[in-house]
Design a protein around this ligand. Structure first.
Ligand SMILES: [Zn+2]
Length: 398
């Protein structure tokens, strides 16, 4: 007998007391996340799934995560989700914050409340198949997911039901008629005469433009991205087709070059202007996005891209949608993010990069080319601006 057994009983009692008192149904949600949790419950409810985290317990809190993680789900009782504060604050400053936050919280709740694991498959058009993408990288692809517009309802369906069929937007069959467009502006850069070149031939400490064998050559001498734009009479809110041939033969293979359109007022603060972009690099990657966002919408591998050689990028806007083509091949469709008027069309030049461009063509739907063809008879206004704020971030792991 002795006192030892009493001590043991005493300690066991304390142990059971403590464990039974640990609140396995603790419900603690940082106020930053309550709205997104409610949305998750609503979307689940609309799909026949009910949760009761208030009764069953759930913790969603901020943390300082490492390893490039944006969020982390701990399989404890209750489920505990940590969201990286630095990342959350960074995306909060951008226009796409609400969708990016929803994507992040829903992903973690997919782990925590739905028991889902990572799924890194892709759809036919190259989009991630699921917002449950994450974990071990696939071909070093960024986790950027185009979680917006027509895609959202599909991704929600898929989140709650993995057997959701492939959505219409993923089809590689062009869903619209993009024929019957007539040229409104065409710049061939065939001669150095300013009016014929249709572009200022200039040089200063930051850049140099020249006409080289019937193409415009733009050489950057600085570490910022150049936005080179022509002011036109066409509003990007209307329907149009914009095409440009670019070549970026040297430089880093991950450098992005391509076309831009929208509105860039002159002045120093050009970081938040609604400029839409469509870029490629010499690793056969394609990106699309808007400068007001944290980063590009998604990254695609496009075999039609010819590394280092001439690539013709074309975007056709019909209604709210943009249809993307590379070298005549339909690649992708997605909503335009620009909602305010703008009539500038141009291209991007990587830091210290040299880009050759040719055959800038802007067209609108119409029957008679003669009505619209401006050719180079009218002097255009141009702007050449630099920016350090072209956001090519990679979305963090979830
Ligand atoms: Zn995850």
């Amino acid at each position: 007998m002795g006192s030892t057994n009493y001590y043991l009983i005493f300690f066991y009692s304390i142990f059971f007391f403590l464990t039974s008192c640990k609140d396995s149904k603790e419900y603690r949600i940082d106020s930053s996340f309550t709205d997104y949790l409610q949305r998750f419950e609503n979307e689940g409810s609309a799909r026949g799934r009910t949760f009761n985290p208030q009764a069953n317990g759930l913790i969603i809190e901020f943390g300082n995560l490492s390893n490039g993680d944006a969020g982390l789900t701990h399989y404890e009782t209750p489920i505990r989700i940590q969201i990286d504060k630095t990342y959350w604050d960074a995306i909060s400053k951008t226009k796409g914050a609400d969708w990016m936050k929803e994507d992040l919280i829903f992903h973690e709740l997919g782990h925590g409340l739905l028991g889902r694991k990572h799924l890194n498959a892709t759809l036919e058009n190259g989009d991630w198949k699921s917002i449950m993408c994450g974990g071990t990288k696939v071909d070093n692809r960024s986790w950027n997911i185009n979680y917006r517009g027509i895609r959202r309802s599909y991704y929600l369906d898929e989140l709650f039901d993995e057997s959701t069929p492939s959505p219409g937007f993923a089809s590689m069959q062009l869903p619209v008629d993009t024929t019957g467009y007539a040229e409104k502006l065409f710049l061939s850069f065939d001669t150095e005469a300013k009016v014929n070149a249709g572009w200022p031939i200039t040089e200063d400490a930051k850049h140099k433009t020249s006409i080289d064998n019937g193409r415009l050559c733009f050489q950057s001498k600085i570490d910022s991205v150049f936005m080179v734009l022509a002011s036109t009479s066409l509003d990007v809110l209307s329907n149009f087709s914009y095409q440009l041939t670019l070549q970026y033969p040297s430089g880093n293979s991950t450098d992005q070059y391509g076309i831009i359109f929208g509105s860039v007022p002159s002045g120093s603060d050009v970081g938040t202007d609604p400029v839409e972009y469509f870029t490629v690099n010499n690793n056969q990657k394609m990106y699309m996005g808007n400068r007001t966002w944290y980063s590009f919408f998604t990254e695609l591998t496009i075999p039609a891209i010819v590394a280092g050689s001439k690539n013709t990028l074309k975007v056709v806007k019909i209604g709210t949608m943009l249809y993307y083509f590379i070298n005549g091949i339909y690649c992708y469709c997605s909503e335009i993010e620009v909602t305010s008027s703008g009539s500038q069309f141009g291209f991007l030049v990587p830091p210290k990069g040299t880009v050759w461009v040719d055959n800038l063509q802007i067209s609108v739907k119409g029957s008679s080319p003669a009505i619209f063809r401006m050719q180079q008879t009218k002097q255009l206004e141009f702007s050449i601006q630099t920016t350090d704020q072209f956001k090519h971030n990679q979305v963090k792991n979830q």
